[in-house]
Design a protein around this ligand. Sequence first.
Ligand code: SF4
Length: 232
Amino acid sequence: MTAPTETDDPRALAERAGRELEDATALEILTWATDTFGARFCVTSSMEDAVVAHLASRVRPGVDVVFLDTGYHFPETLGTRDAVDAVMDVNVITLSPTRTVPEQDAEHGPKLHDRDPDLCCALRKVRPLEAGLAGYDAWATGLRRDESPTRAGTPVVGWDAKRRKVKVSPIARWTQDDVDAYVTEHGVLTNPLLTDGYASVGCEPCTRRVLAGEDARAGRWAGRNKTECGLH
Ligand code: SF4
């Protein structure tokens, strides 16, 4: 595909790359991203699994992998983060909210996640990520079109208008079977909760196991009119 030029508007660059890379492999998409943005590209990971981090480390060893520690994670998620940091050729960067959970409780009352999950996600996820991404021009996610109806239109490369950055979703076209096959083939680290009934892993107060026939994200904010945390 055409190389970016200094005069490329980043939004136009992202949208053009999204069209041109629609049929590309995940490694080709990540190669384009790392060639284009170098050290100003990072991977974000919820530590549900390390698939995108693993793919990115194959094209850019030592790539930055950004993890948001909300203070509400399952111990298994923090353990996965620590294992990724220990064994993979990546640079794990942990972002934290400006307030600890006790400080947030003092300011907003306990269990804000039960009373106003949008505010809780804004304080503990959205704002820390926005601050943490300030040093990057592009970020990669593990979003997949098959995860939920709200993710069905995810481009492989798109423009993140909220943060004015290029957003790369190299496995957007993958299915759960593709993920499972990659994990098996490469021995990629995964969160132990995935073999304990959880199909999608978020903060402990807002995540439950999924039931047969439910989509992968049905266990997130179950019973509430909320499907995303505001990051996407
Ligand atoms: Fe708070 Fe739940 Fe959002 Fe985590 S997922 S930041 S606990 S509302």
